[in-house]
Design a protein around this ligand. Sequence first.
Ligand SMILES: Nc1nc2c(ncn2[C@@H]2O[C@H](COP(=O)(O)OP(=O)(O)OP(=O)(O)O)[C@@H](O)[C@H]2O)c(=O)[nH]1
Ligand SMILES: [Mg+2]
Length: 408
Amino acid sequence: MELQQVSRSNGTPSNGSSSSVNLAPLLTGQFSNSRSDQKKAKALSDAIDRSLRADRERQLREGGIKLLILGPSETGKTTVLKQLKLLYGRKGLDVERQTYRRVVHLNVMKAMQALVEGMEQANIQLGNPQNAVHVETVRRLETTLKRYSITTVGVPNPAIPRKITDAKAETDMFADMVPAIKSLWADPGIQKTFDTCTQISIQDSAKYFLDAVDRVADPEYVPTDDDILQARVRTLAVSEHIFDIDGVAYRIYDVGGQKSLRKYWVPYFDDVDAIIFMSAISAYDQGCEDNPNLNRLQDCLLLFNEISNHKLFLHTSMIVFLNKIDIFQRKLLSGSMVNRYFPDYNGPNDYFSTTVFFQYRFLEQCKDLQKQVYTHFTHATDTKQMKVIVVAVNVIIQRLNLRNSGLL
Ligand SMILES: Nc1nc2c(ncn2[C@@H]2O[C@H](COP(=O)(O)OP(=O)(O)OP(=O)(O)O)[C@@H](O)[C@H]2O)c(=O)[nH]1
Ligand SMILES: [Mg+2]
């Protein structure tokens, strides 16, 4: 059960509930059966519930297992957190559902913008020359997207004009773009770009949303759980979340993985019980966003080297998620060769051999041979698979915690 999100700045519960409630009227039977007294009794009973919950939350915050989700950008850290909210959160993803409507629209527009740019860079021609007018429309998106950008879910960007924050204006603006986006997505030139230009910087959920443009453009559209899992917003600030996973209390921290944000991780490194380190195994053929000459998965291995050998994590349980196995599998099936990007790999280009190779590459980063590093191959947008993984991880962490405290 997710109990709440806590603001790190003051460490107080965001609902601000207090644990001191005057129980006297209930205990002394001061309430009669009148309607106003029933109301008062109900209010008091609600206050007691809130108070008990606040006490439990405080206990969890003080005593729960501290778990950091670390890893480079776009590896699926926030997606894992969303799954935890779905599986163990009191309200699932309902609290953020409406906010994601705008995120989805933004994702669709950015995806088409990346495809148009990629098509031009690769010198691929439009299949239907009449779509040239739509290419112009998408090119002009740059200005719109700047005004429209979202920094963190739920936090309005002060740079966004009021007009755009209005839900109807936003839907209308997106609806204006839909004919251009649909025509281009159906164009053979754009499809060829999508299929062949693996180097263009396009989000993994591009096809999922571009195939669903009509649905997400509907004025009554409400994002589904799957839409929210597929939607992409960069994390900028570290956030703390409290969960009760099968009776075990956790304080879980989600961080921003971009290189410029990694310095903000350090204040959270004290007394960490467990780390889930996220890697996107599917990124073996991609360059880093800020340095296209550095392989993304190599960069991830370097980061894991730093984290797994960090002196503050001597007694911290390390669990590596080799994530995005669905995309990895698709790339292998399309004929992409792992040893083109990792020349030291000489084995067969099948799923089993290549995943074992990458698993070993992660394990060998940790120099402390006594330290057990656990690995899981994950598909973070698949709720069924994540449920199984979370249960397994919970068992590992409990066992290691008992061992570290000398109880096992
Ligand atoms: N197909 C597929 N997509 C995934 C998987 N895991 C995550 N994604 C998608 O990858 C994108 C990035 O995921 P995030 O969870 O936002 O990545 P992050 O690590 O939190 O990134 P930062 O916040 O920038 O550090 C989202 O669109 C997710 O839906 C996966 O296993 N398979
Ligand atoms: Mg994130």
